[in-house]
Write a protein that binds this ligand. Sequence first.
Ligand code: ADP
Ligand code: MG
Length: 259
Amino acid sequence: MIDPDLLEPLDLLELRGVSRDFGSFKAVDAVSLAVRAGTRHAVIGPNGAGKSTLFSLISGTLPATAGSLLLDGRDVTRLPVNRRVGLGIATTFQHSSLFMRETALENVLLAVVRRAGSGLGIGRPLRSRRTALARAHALLDQVGLPSRHDTPAAELSHGERRQLEVAVALATEPRLLLLDEPAAGMSPVETARLTEVVAALPGEVTVLLIEHDLDMVFELANVVTVMHLGRHLTTGSPAEVRASPEVQAAYLGTMEVTR
Ligand code: ADP
Ligand code: MG
């Protein structure tokens, strides 16, 4: 007889009691969380709740001080950032990591080439250079920048830069895409466009999204986690989270004040 566990869909990412201390302060406090493959999973909570720190623990830019992280059931707790990228974890940062003097195309091409593990120098077969270029062009179209391929990153609007960052992240062919406040500082039009881009990502890209724009969260997410004071408060459907009195007290109430 087949073990029923084998028929269960696997969690792409699992956090088991993950913590991050800064001295005696617990920025992330024993968070346990499962992220199903293919979900659009939002993490919300007031400023200082520990959301960005949690993302750093997942991407590996900060080591966890306790607990463990599993990707596809494999323990990645001790793996450095580059190994995690290789396993399919991609991040866009709250602060831009683009090359400002290079064009949008050059920014994406660099990431495509890195992923392919090859340079575009003399002696590279023409075919792989063409393939990389075609892929970079396709990614820029995919994120909604069809007319900006040759524009230097410095000349893009704030919203377009965030779109470009998503293209750069997608170039690594991620299975898990971490987006930390992608709509921060965006105009409503830019936010709507980015929402469309994220919604249109293929199902094999699982998205974990920190966002203050609750309209974006409730439009995109099929699972919402609420954090508060470093702790995991609740995880549920958008409707469940919206209706939770505990969440309204801890999060939605304070949002009224901080906005
Ligand atoms: P959020 O993204 O939910 O707003 P953060 O994860 O950025 O929250 O921060 C959570 C808490 O951890 C905050 O109180 C912040 O000041 C603290 N913190 C974050 N990074 C550091 C650090 N490198 N050193 C000390 N404290 C930090
Ligand atoms: Mg943050």
